[in-house]
Design a protein around this ligand. Structure first.
Ligand code: SF4
Length: 477
């Protein structure tokens, strides 16, 4: 997948005019938040459950290298082959060479953000190996050549009519339909055929248990289980922070993950695999490869502040909490990770210079931080990135404060320095602002100067200030 984070502002502007997405995004936070809160209440003590989860993620970060070594040792003892990949290119090359060596013509994939991060589909396709996404949403997004709209529902926003046309064109569906069950059935028929002749399946990993060397996947469709059990060769790809210390920890994190992802106490399928098929077992792959991907994470880990980003468990709860995501949706983020999760991860993975608009597109309201079961302080991270950027700017130019805001603030501080100046300014500005606000034209007049107003109008202000009214009340007593 091409990285398009630099186009954030342009795509966001376009998405703000997309009425269908706007309607959909208007209801998204309520539905998800209500079901999330309801399911969290099923914990005897929801706050303690969250604290325990945050403590597990903190322990993972503190003991990361030790846990990874333990996982490697135990997974290898189970019969899995462990591959350490420093970069996405290395991981892609391994998968490609393996597929070529075994004469594989196509692969099926379970939903996996890390393979989106690696751009694995493009690499396979360019080299003549067809990748089939088997998660329904990912399948639709792949066929439409669009990035995921939402981490949990990559094609949540696509109208059924469009899906119907797509399935007729690309998934052998015969009749148009808007019935979601029939659409699901059509995708199932098409993909089942791929599973029947499958040689190699690729999945991500939700958790890798150091204590047992097991890998865990959670899902609701059963496609990951088919990806893990149908082929002779299975490749599971994990970014290195997916490790957890013990099976008990993994069980708790799964309970938190499912509640925060979809509002379920547990997803429909939880697959725990410890090595390839044993001689007395009927199902499972003959060969299991687990790729542990670094792709810049070791560097992230070296900085005490940025290593916090590695706590993320990709639950997506922060997306529904974010007022920015809930206006623009997932496309503007231009890569695998969207919402606050993407704003935290993408700058570290692909560079602050390519993601400037991402970590500035935040009001620092802190809603994401409140929701995050991993305990990430997103606003603090954004401020840190802004500071690093300003430092780099200062080193380059000697002064990072642009002229226009500096002059504006000079004027502001001059006006605010004396009460009489402030009063005159407020009295003069108020009718002017109200004139524009009432007619909704502030956006058109001020927008060219200041981006904030491009998509916002100020509300009409009260005719009198609180101070005026208070003085009048005092005088009347
Ligand atoms: S940042 Fe926190 S809330 Fe957002 S996806 Fe990651 S774990 Fe979930």
């Amino acid at each position: 997948m091409d990285i398009k984070t630099e186009q954030f502002v342009d795509v966001a502007r376009k998405e703000l005019k997309n009425d269908r997405n706007k309607q959909f995004l208007g209801v998204l936070p309520y539905g998800i938040t209500i079901s999330r809160q309801r399911s969290m209440q099923t914990f005897a003590d929801p706050e303690a459950a969250n604290d325990y989860g945050r403590a597990i993620r903190a322990e993972v970060i503190a003991r990361l290298s030790e846990l990874l070594e333990e996982f490697e040792k135990n997974a290898a003892a189970n019969g899995a082959k462990i591959i350490w990949a420093e970069t996405a290119a290395e991981a892609n090359a391994f998968v490609l060479n393996l597929a070529r060596e075994r004469g594989v013509r196509y692969v099926t994939k379970g939903k996996s953000m890390v393979t989106e991060e690696m751009g694995l589909n493009d690499v396979l396709q360019e080299n003549g190996i067809e990748p089939f996404e088997t998660d329904l949403g990912e399948f639709i997004a792949q066929q439409l050549h669009r990035p995921p709209f939402h981490i949990v529902g990559p094609a949540l926003n696509i109208p059924v009519e469009e899906i119907s046309d797509l399935f007729i064109a690309k998934a052998d569906m015969k009749e148009p339909t808007t019935d979601p069950v029939k659409l699901g059935y059509a995708a199932r028929l098409y993909l089942r055929d791929k599973f029947h002749h499958l040689a190699m399946g690729i999945t991500g990993v939700n958790m890798a248990v150091a204590e047992t060397g097991s890998i865990i996947n959670v899902e609701n469709e059963g496609n990951i289980r088919l990806n893990k059990s149908s082929p002779r060769i299975q490749v599971s790809i994990m970014s290195l922070e997916k490790v957890v210390p013990t099976m008990a920890d993994a069980m708790h994190m799964i309970r938190l993950l499912c509640r925060n992802c979809t509002g379920q106490k547990l997803s429909a399928y939880v697959s725990i695999d410890s090595g390839p098929k044993k001689s007395d077992e009927m199902d499972g792959p003959e060969e299991l490869y687990i790729i542990i991907l670094d792709n810049g994470r070791s560097k992230i880990y070296q900085d005490q502040q940025t290593r916090e980003a590695l706590r993320c468990i990709r639950c997506g709860a922060c997306l529904a909490a974010c007022p920015v995501y809930c206006k623009i949706g997932g496309y503007p983020y231009g890569w695998a990770y969207s919402g606050p999760m993407g704003q935290v991860l993408s700058p570290l993975l692909i560079g602050l210079d390519r993601t400037h608009d991402l970590f500035h597109a935040c009001t620092l309201c802190g809603a994401c931080k409140q929701f995050c079961p991993a305990g990430i302080d997103h606003p603090k991270m954004f401020l840190y990135y802004r500071m690093l950027e300003a430092q780099a700017d200062t080193e380059q130019k000697g002064d990072f404060i642009p002229d226009k805001p500096a002059k504006l603030f000079d004027l502001w501080s001059w006006g605010a320095a004396r009460a009489w100046r402030w009063k005159i300014a407020v009295k003069t500005m108020r009718p002017m602002m109200n004139y524009h606000a009432k007619d909704g034209v502030i956006r058109k007049t001020v927008a060219p100067l200041y981006g904030w107003f491009r998509t916002r109008d100020l509300p009409v202000m009260a005719k009198k200030t609180f101070h005026d009214r208070w003085t009048k009340i005092k005088k009347s007593r």
